[in-house]
Design a protein around this ligand. Sequence first.
Ligand code: ADP
Ligand code: MG
Length: 158
Amino acid sequence: TTSYSLFAADENAMCRFGKTFAEAIFHTHPTQGITVYLNGELGAGKTTLSRGMIQGLGHKGNVKSPTYTLVEEYRLNEKIIYHFDLYRLSDPEELEFMGIRDYFAPNTLCLIEWAEKGQGWLPEPDLSVNIHYAENGRRIDLFPTTQAGELIIQQLKS
Ligand code: ADP
Ligand code: MG
């Protein structure tokens, strides 16, 4: 398998990559549902990258962290983006009560922060994004885990 890494020097660069990444996802998968895990410590930039993706796809309003709501929904044309933050999930069984399975559907992009809190109750991702502090910016590493994720990486490289 192949992976993709880049350095984002600041918040703007992070958002710009978010737009490129989201466009690569929808260009390669116009209807298939895609799941992305966003990994990295508190303050790494998971929400910033999500905002870059969501606004990059044309959302004009704010993108707030779903820390307290667990999930925020964005409808853009015929697409739905679900942005999860499971940091405050105390019991992964709560996901069952949320009807978690229904979120993973065609025409849907699921972005998940703190997916490890829902371990065993979430589908495997198509792609994982790992964000690390690097000097004053961030290093971003993308690892595909499905054929779909692989295709997205290839698109980013082309
Ligand atoms: P997380 O969701 O991972 O907890 P946030 O996105 O909420 O992190 O916060 C990240 C913080 O780091 C914000 O203050 C943001 O301005 C900053 N930031 C985001 N991306 C970068 C970057 N590439 N370089 C430097 N600072 C960044
Ligand atoms: Mg966050």
